[in-house]
Design a protein around this ligand. Structure first.
Ligand code: SF4
Length: 367
């Protein structure tokens, strides 16, 4: 087999209470989980289950479904029963759907205290129903729907306002001896969001669900989420994450998965190390990297593949990787585990790398 060194880690997780969201543990004793949210009509059970299957295949651990109508609430039992991953019902405005979701066997329920009118009066009943069914609750505070009282007090959705809203709601549950809570305090500005989670982390020991809300289209949202999550995860803050993109939810899962892999918080799978190219390049590095990446997509083994444009850093990086190519003079030197195993013409680089990658992947399977 292939020897592997333990991956360096960022630092200790912030100790939290531990929750069970269906089969997925959430809290500092569990790996950080990835969440996303379906975009289908929840009432369309088949379409929703189809999308959940796609999300699961992409690496999603927990899925959230919206529940804005009675038809959606009616679909929850079938979805919760058939989904391969735990389903969280996302409830705004209507406390009665909270009870429906708990009865339906959803693995958790998300409530937004800013949006559920007269919510505070219902906490006792919700806490009892949730306790009876062992259903955790996420208190999901969102800058765009902050409690009117706090908006007035703070003037806008400041970190302090978001945290006060969340802790107030948590205290109502705590009064009824209900502590199976996780909390989010989302804002679209990563700086405000990071500060809010830092304050929240200091003020409680509930597990935290990280998210930059309304983060934007794929490129901007990816960058915002990556920097914000990185700043928090470096401090051990964050137990479950959701990347929000104005893009299909599978993309959210891929981004979240890559963020966690990059920080060694999830086992690394395929890692392509490719150079940015420069005036020394003797091959079209972008094309080569894209073709190798496409050819190896979906490979589940922790393989580091170096694609380098010339002989300056090429042989060094290619040697450090499991597999690599250093190009020059219309040829590619193919490295496996630090040794040049072949030199092939440029036109054969991609197929040779893929062939060698498959051979190495087989070695993982049998080791
Ligand atoms: Fe430039 Fe070569 Fe470095 Fe690529 S490996 S960036 S081509 S010097």
């Amino acid at each position: 087999g292939i020897p592997s060194m333990p991956a360096p880690v960022l630092g200790a997780r912030r100790p939290t209470r531990q929750l069970q969201v269906g089969k997925v543990g959430v809290g500092s004793r569990s790996p950080i989980s990835v969440q996303s949210m379906t975009t289908t009509l929840t009432s369309d059970v088949n379409a929703t289950l189809q999308q959940i299957a796609e999300l699961t295949a992409a690496g999603c651990d927990i899925v959230r479904v919206a529940c804005p109508s009675q038809d959606d609430a009616d679909a929850l039992p079938a979805i919760a029963a058939k989904s391969p991953i735990p389903v969280i019902a996302d409830i705004h405005f209507q406390p009665r759907y909270v009870f429906a979701a708990i009865e339906a066997g959803c693995a958790a329920v998300r409530v937004n205290p800013g949006n559920i009118k007269k919510f505070d009066d219902r906490v006792k009943d919700i806490a009892r129903a949730a306790k009876d069914h062992g259903t955790p609750i996420r208190i999901g505070v969102n800058a765009g729907s902050l409690d009117a009282r706090l908006l007035k007090k703070y003037g806008k959705a400041t970190p302090e306002a978001l945290v006060e809203s969340a802790l107030w709601e948590a205290s109502l549950f705590a009064e009824h001896d209900f502590h199976d809570l996780k909390i989010s305090v989302k804002h679209n500005d990563p700086v405000v969001m990071v500060r809010a989670y830092e304050l929240l982390a200091d003020a409680c020991d509930y597990p935290l669900h990280l998210g930059v809300t309304e983060a934007g289209p794929a490129f901007q949202g990816t960058v915002k989420s990556a920097v914000a999550f990185g700043a928090l995860l470096r401090q051990g803050i964050g137990d479950t994450v959701r990347v929000s993109l104005s893009a299909p939810p599978v993309e959210e899962v891929k981004v979240a998965d890559q963020i966690l892999q990059s920080l060694n918080l999830r086992p690394r799978k395929l890692d392509i190390v490719s150079c940015p190219s420069c005036g020394r390049a003797q091959v079209d590095v972008y094309k080569l990297a894209a073709e190798v990446s496409a050819g190896l997509e979906g490979m589940e083994v922790p393989l580091r593949v170096a694609v380098m444009g010339c002989v300056v850093n090429g042989p060094g990086e290619a040697r450090e990787a499991d597999l690599g190519v250093a190009s020059g003079n219309g040829k590619g030197q193919i490295f496996v585990k630090g040794e040049v195993v072949r030199t092939v013409p440029e036109s054969k680089i991609v197929e040779t790398l893929i062939e060698e990658a498959l051979r190495l992947a087989d070695a993982f399977d049998t080791s």
